[in-house]
Design a protein around this ligand. Structure first.
Ligand SMILES: [Ca+2]
Ligand SMILES: [Ca+2]
Ligand SMILES: [Ca+2]
Length: 500
């Protein structure tokens, strides 16, 4: 309950409207007609200011005071139409992270002000990023909010609740603060109705049927197959096929394993290694036939590994490194598909797991990864299966280490999406993507995914980079169902062999 709310200037105007509003036609600290500020306890209230703005000269602003209280900014009541159900504003917050922060509330018709998301709205971009602590009297304690530092103005685009269509609707921005430690505060500017968000480079498609991480994936004949892995903290044998539109359950993998790798020779898919239910790496290889939806156990390899990587080149499966029960290994083992036999190749010069491997122009490449001592790697190597040698210098190293990324072979190299970038802590979890272009031997920044993910797989499905599930910022071993694909903007990527 808010006792002692003090209303500031409330010069309602017959022509007051929600949108557009850039706060630039008034003299600070006055608010535009139809806009009101209220405060409770130690709150500062909202004013206009010219200290920082998205559109010059002004923005609306509430200070992050070092005292508990609320500052509320309420806009004019407006009536959303079908063309104005998407809105946006520019959002610049610098608050005591997770202790002070802001929320958006909405009132529809004669209802009460309710959190925007609870009321059925959704953020298209720039939504809440934090949960306010319940420990130090912030009136918004326990709620999802914007908190911490946006590092300048960001876009927040929102889809109004369906119930708001045609109804008198009011928005309220509320900044809550706790008992101590202030910061700059919260700026709002450039409110737009009927906003058309840019089409994302990456878009979400049909969810994976279960949360997943540490699975194995291969693409064959225009379909993507995702085998076994970890779901909600336990191993699963469940295996699914994706045709680009829908997921279908197929025969479960013969064993439940975490962190196997899968490759296709165009006829069969081979699933190698992983750890079993007791955490023991295995040396098994199963061959899956999409034609018969069945598996066959093949000759095992020598060094049991998980978090390994493999690629197919010249009728051979080249399996490189990975973790065994003693930690990271450097072993290279080569399976001759026609002969059905394994042989040893030259060791990788570095023991690794969670690295990426791909084939290109008759060579196998290994990129990134992390060793058992948490040393992350920027190294890249090229393996020549004819000469049985690894070459570091011939392929440009990564600009920054990356491990646990989705590895997607492209016509001219590889795309690495997500993973942990520049370290091993949760803060290194990344949505970024980077592509290696073989003809120029360069690493090129690729548009970032919708959401940061790691320890997941992906593939090039019908010309579209596709990333399945993975670990999100919550960490742990739950996994996620999000399937992210590149090409939402209709980019003709890879039409010329590389993104354009
Ligand atoms: Ca402005
Ligand atoms: Ca505080
Ligand atoms: Ca290199």
């Amino acid at each position: 309950m808010l006792f002692g709310l003090l209303l500031a200037t409330a010069s309602l105007s017959a022509v007051a409207q929600q949108c557009p509003e850039n706060f630039d036609a008034v003299s600070p600290p006055l608010l535009p007609a139809g806009w009101t500020s209220a405060l409770a306890d130690g709150g500062s209230g909202w004013t206009t200011t010219n200290a920082s703005a998205d559109t010059a000269p002004n923005a609306a602003f509430a200070a992050n005071v070092a005292a508990f209280g609320l500052s509320e900014l309420t806009g004019p009541t407006f009536t959303p139409t079908a063309g104005t159900m998407i809105m946006a504003f520019r959002n610049n917050y610098a608050t005591e992270a997770s202790y002070d922060g802001g929320v958006l509330e909405i009132r529809i018709g004669a209802g009460a002000f309710t959190d925007f998301v609870t009321a059925g709205g959704s953020f298209i971009t720039g939504g809440y990023n934090s949960t306010i602590s319940t420990s130090f009297n912030n009136p918004l304690g326990g709620r999802q909010a914007w908190s911490g530092n946006s590092n300048g103005f960001i876009d927040t685009a929102l889809q109004l609740p369906p119930a708001a269509l045609g109804q008198p609707t009011t928005l309220k921005w509320r900044l809550g603060t706790d008992t101590s430690v202030g910061s700059t505060g919260w700026y709002i500017d450039s409110i737009r109705c009927g906003y058309t968000p840019p089409v994302a480079d990456w878009v979400a498609v049909a969810d994976y049927p279960i949360p997943i991480l540490d699975q194995a994936t291969a693409v064959q004949n225009g379909a993507l197959y995702s085998f076994t892995g970890v779901t909600a903290g336990v191993l699963t044998p469940n295996t699914y096929k994706f045709d680009g539109t829908a997921w279908t359950a197929i025969a479960p993998h013969p064993a439940m394993v975490e962190g196997p790798v899968a490759v296709s020779d165009g006829t069969y898919i081979y699933i190698l290694g992983g750890t079993d239910n007791n955490g023991n790496p295995v040396n098994t290889m199963y061959r899956y036939s999409p034609a018969t939806n069945s598996y066959q156990a093949m000759a095992p390899f020598t060094t049991a590994v998980w978090a390994t990587a493999a690629a197919v080149v010249n009728g051979k499966i080249v399996k490189v490194a990975g973790y065994n029960s003693g930690g990271a290994t450097a072993a290279t083992e080569i399976y001759n598909i026609a002969l059905g036999t394994w042989s040893a190749g030259a060791d990788l010069p570095f023991a690794l797991g969670f690295h990426s491997a791909f084939a290109h122009n008759g060579f196998v490449y290994v990129v990134g990864g992390v060793d058992a001592a948490s040393n992350t790697s920027t190294k890249t190597w090229r393996y020549d299966p004819v000469l049985n040698v690894w070459d570091d210098a011939v392929v440009t190293d990564l600009p920054v280490s990356r491990w646990g990324a989705a590895t997607i072979e492209t016509p001219t190299g590889v795309l690495l999406a997500g993973g942990y970038v520049g370290g091993t802590s949760s803060s290194n979890l990344s949505a970024t993507a980077i592509a290696w272009d073989g003809p120029t031997n360069t690493w090129q920044t690729f548009p970032a995914m919708l959401a940061a993910r790691a320890r997941m797989t992906g593939g090039m499905l019908q010309g579209t980079p596709t990333v399945i599930g993975g670990r999100d910022s919550a960490g742990g071993f739950n996994g996620t169902q999000l399937v992210q694909v590149y090409g939402g903007s209709g980019d003709t990527i890879f039409a010329d062999g590389f993104e354009n």
